[in-house]
Write a protein that binds this ligand. Structure first.
Ligand code: NAD
Length: 291
């Protein structure tokens, strides 16, 4: 068994990005600048955005955090996005989800200039990704692919089961794993809430990418020996022994599945840190495209 150490790998990636930024600055090229828009004061969202902004500093990017009241109208939010679209100093920006119920996520995501859409959620980027054209790949699937590449995990001809079909993880990673690329060429099955007899699929899988959000859902008796496990799930589970009052759990019963797996990502410290590193990578790419 080998642990896929996302924390360590993300630090390596950040070092590489930092080096590229230093070289850009020596060459008097533009310093990458990421902006993040957050609406409201949801604790988890603030934590995610906070770590994204801190990571910008680590690699030498400029960053701007725009925090808006949860009562802001959709029109005002769209105006704010329009300003970011037009601001030549901003290379890329993200709008942290979820948004308050009175705001249409779809309209907001559609209003982002695809050239600055470093989350890769705009239909233009999604379509280009599916067609294997240059695009921004959503940060979590991009992080999974990078992990597969760097750990030299063989995917060609393998049975890959993706659990979950969300637009931000399950669907894009299903597409990427089936593409005719060095990290792809897998035979992909996408499972979801209506899938019947999931255990038959999990036992047949050489690679399982789980993105459903049910803590410790995948048990050791559901997987075959030497399976590759990528656990995307992040759920806060009440834990009174923890000073924060909760523990973070993945979708996989890590302690027991670990004994059977060939490769496995821990939670925390697996896919999560890779996601942030790849958001930085997308921002660097956005900046480089302007050179
Ligand atoms: P989601 O929450 O939008 O949807 C969950 C998916 O799981 C759905 O497609 C549903 O069909 C499927 N599902 C539910 N029950 C199922 C079952 N019994 N069997 C099979 N499939 C089932 O998905 P999401 O936004 O991709 O999030 C999934 C998890 O990944 C969450 O825990 C989220 O917090 C986490 N996440 C982590 C990162 C990261 O950076 N590590 C990024 C995004 C999401």
């Amino acid at each position: 068994m080998k642990i896929l150490d996302g924390k360590k790998l993300s630090n390596t990636l950040k070092e590489e990005i930092k080096k590229e930024v230093s070289e850009r600055l020596i060459q008097k090229k533009k310093q990458p600048h990421l902006a993040a828009v957050i609406v409201g004061d949801d604790g988890a969202s603030l934590t995610y955005v906070g770590s994204k902004v801190r990571s910008c500093k680590q690699v030498g990017f400029l960053s701007t955090l725009i925090q808006l009241k949860s009562t802001i109208s959709e029109k005002k939010l769209l105006n704010q996005i329009n300003k970011l679209n037009k601001n030549p100093d901003i290379d890329g920006f993200i709008v942290q989800l979820p948004l308050p119920k009175h705001i249409s996520e779809e309209r907001v995501l559609l209003s982002i200039d695809p050239k600055k859409d470093v989350d890769g959620f705009h239909p233009t980027n999604f379509g280009r990704m599916a067609l294997e054209l240059p695009s921004f790949i959503p940060a979590t699937p991009f992080g999974i692919i990078e992990m597969i590449k760097r750990y030299n995990i063989k995917t060609s001809g393998k049975n890959c089961l993706v659990i979950g079909r969300s637009n931000i993880v399950g669907r894009p990673i299903s597409i990427l794993m089936s593409q005719k690329k060095s990290y792809g060429n897998a035979t992909v099955t996408t499972a979801h809430s209506k899938t019947k007899n999931l255990i038959k699929l999990t036992l047949n899988a050489d690679i399982i990418i789980s993105a459903l959000g049910i803590p410790e859902f995948l048990k050791a008796n559901m997987v075959k020996k030497n399976v590759v496990i990528i656990d995307v799930g992040i759920t806060r589970v009440i834990d009174n022994t923890n000073p924060r009052g909760y523990t973070i759990k993945g979708d996989v019963d890590f302690t027991n599945v670990l004994k059977k797996a060939g490769f496995i990502t821990p939670v925390p410290g697996g896919v999560g840190p890779m996601t942030i590193a790849m958001l930085l990578k997308n921002t660097l790419i956005a900046c480089q495209r302007k050179d």
